[in-house]
Design a protein around this ligand. Structure first.
Ligand code: ADP
Length: 541
């Protein structure tokens, strides 16, 4: 017997309709690529999204067409998210930090019909045009008098397209499993692969990520997603903010410490989200200028491991709770978030420290397990570590155009991460499977060793890689960027590990560098680092 409840499909347009009806006067504030600040409300955003949907139809966009974006976090990108998916086309966010050859590969693979881009990317677009013959036209995200000099044939102006339409448009209702948006993984190995989200997966992810033990946004929050809208839909925040009615602050292209500090203070930001490198920049700016953040309560840190020293610094010096989160493009992205349980509240600060450096508990909607090389499930005892597998309604079942074949194993998605899970359900990443250091047949966690190094007062950033060793196969090599004006030597850093890890885990050598390579999504690029250090040999080895 079936239940007798309405079978109303979960539509992305429903999120915007909800925000318009219930939070119509709540603000969306954007810093623009052309300079200046734009300010309007959810009601105005909903109206302009309807105008844009009509403009898309007038341009000839049909259901399932892919519409690319090369754009920062702004109100216009927000409108594109809703208008494109809302009219049953597919919003394809492209990471402008990729190499132009990767971008043209992605545009052609996705068959993008139109591309909307910020003024910052005029030169990039000019270089892409000869390689992207399938793109019918390019739309620049500004007013007509703000268009920079360019050689783009038939360039369309976003504000003209929107202004030409009324907002008399009803969002269509269709199957909730319809594709809504597309995001390519950075492809550290092989070609980038497209993850194709649906209306249903996006709305469920917005629900799940808004839970109090997840990101917990609310109508009393002012949320600034530092994480770009081209990186897994800004971790779903443009949807979750409409769902909860949070004020939304869009930072545009300015993500340095000084710009973030100014926006946090001017707009009263209560919560923000981004990768550790961003927060490193902000911490250095705050500490260097002896500043405090007066309204921020929670910072979501994910994308790579949040070093415990960073979690502690935000807590102790700024009174800010860090929500350590883990996920991936294939997971929309949210998988786990670290929050305490009731029983933990009575623990000492040191005992709680041990819990909060983990990546957190699976939120409802994401099941986790760890398996060994044969696929046998390992115990959740906090000690055994194995390949982390996930399943749930906002996790990919396969890549766009079946790229790479079926990724699932027995219905579970292999994350490529190596992790432990403790009896309370807290998962801790020990490594990406390709970064784990294999020394004499045993595994050493590079993340653990990096976390210790960055706790040293003279260390700004650290990476540990497995360097080739004639006897042990690989041994840990610590690569360090010093804080400006600080000094520390090799022996002091090696001695810093004494008593913190097993003796055989301690790095054999330290190299000091001016900077570390990062990927297009702001993560340490161990691939590039290993490449840079290919000629490295341990002293005496
Ligand atoms: P990419 O395209 O680089 O794979 P994703 O954003 O999809 O980009 O990256 C997902 C990966 O990032 C995860 O599989 C994991 O290795 C890493 N990651 C994400 N969050 C964390 C975290 N909190 N701690 C450690 N690693 C993380």
């Amino acid at each position: 017997m079936l239940g007798l409840m309405m079978n109303q499909p979960l539509m992305i347009s429903g999120l915007l309709r909800h925000a318009e009806a219930n939070h119509g006067d709540t603000e969306i504030v954007s810093r623009l690529a052309v300079g200046g600040t734009h300010r309007y409300t959810y009601a105005a955003a909903a109206k302009r999204s309807r105008q844009l949907a009509k403009a898309l139809i007038a341009l000839g966009v049909k259901a399932e067409d892919r519409i690319g974006t090369l754009a920062w976090n702004t109100h216009r990108h927000f409108e594109i998210y809703y208008a494109v998916s809302g009219m049953a086309a597919i919003c394809h966010t492209i990471n402008p930090r990729l190499f132009p050859e990767q971008i043209s590969y992605i545009v052609n693979h996705a068959d993008d019909r139109f591309i909307f881009f910020d003024v910052t990317f005029v030169k990039l677009v000019e270089a892409l045009i000869p390689h992207c013959p399938g793109v019918k036209s390019w739309v620049i995200l500004c007013k007509r008098d703000e268009i920079p000099e360019n050689t783009i044939p038939g360039l369309q102006c976003y504000e003209d397209l929107v202004a030409a339409q009324g907002d008399d448009f009803e969002w269509p209702e269709f199957d909730e499993n319809t594709a809504s948006s597309l995001c390519y993984t950075s492809g550290t190995t092989g070609n980038p692969k497209g993850v194709l989200y649906s209306h249903r997966s996006t709305v469920l992810h917005a629900y799940g990520s808004s839970l109090p033990d997840a990101l917990g946004g609310s109508a009393r929050d002012c949320i600034l997603p530092v994480v770009p809208m081209f990186h897994v839909n800004a971790w779903g925040l443009p949807y979750a903010c409409a769902l909860t009615g949070a004020k939304l602050v869009m930072p545009g292209p300015h993500l340095d410490g000084a710009s973030l500090y100014a926006m946090f203070e001017e707009e009263g930001v209560t919560m923000s989200a981004g990768v550790p490198t961003i927060w490193l920049g902000l911490l250095q700016y705050l500490q260097g200028n002896k500043l405090k953040l007066s309204t921020v309560k929670r910072l979501v840190i994910g994308g790579s491991a949040a070093p415990p020293a960073m979690i502690r610094a935000f807590d102790e010096h700024f009174g800010i709770t860090v929500l350590h989160a883990w996920g991936m493009t294939e997971m929309s992205p949210l998988g786990t978030v670290n929050t305490y349980k009731f029983k933990h509240l009575a623990l000492s600060a040191e005992e709680r420290d041990r819990i909060r450096l983990k990546q957190g508990r699976g939120i409802f909607g994401v099941e986790l397990k760890i398996v060994d090389g044969d696929g046998t499930t390992l115990p959740n005892d906090g000690k055994a570590f194995g390949d982390l597998m996930v399943r749930g309604p906002w996790i990919t079942s396969g890549y766009f155009k079946s790229e790479g074949g079926n990724p699932l194993r027995d219905g579970w998605f292999p994350t490529g991460d190596v992790a432990t899970i403790d009896p309370d359900g807290y998962m801790q990443i020990t490594d990406r499977s390709k970064d784990v250091i294999k020394s004499g047949g045993e595994w050493i966690s590079s993340i653990d060793l990096e976390n210790i190094a960055v706790a040293h007062p003279a260390v700004a950033e650290a990476a540990v890689i497995g360097a080739a060793h004639p006897k042990w196969d690989e041994r840990p090599l610590l690569v360090v960027v010093k804080k400006p004006g600080q000094e520390v030597g090799r022996d002091e850093l090696i001695a810093f590990y004494d008593g913190k890890v097993a003796k055989w885990w301690i790095p054999d050598d330290v190299i000091f560098v001016d900077d570390l390579p990062h990927t297009a999504t702001g993560k340490l690029s161990k691939l590039q680092l290993r490449d840079r250090l290919r000629e490295y040999r341990f002293p005496g080895a």
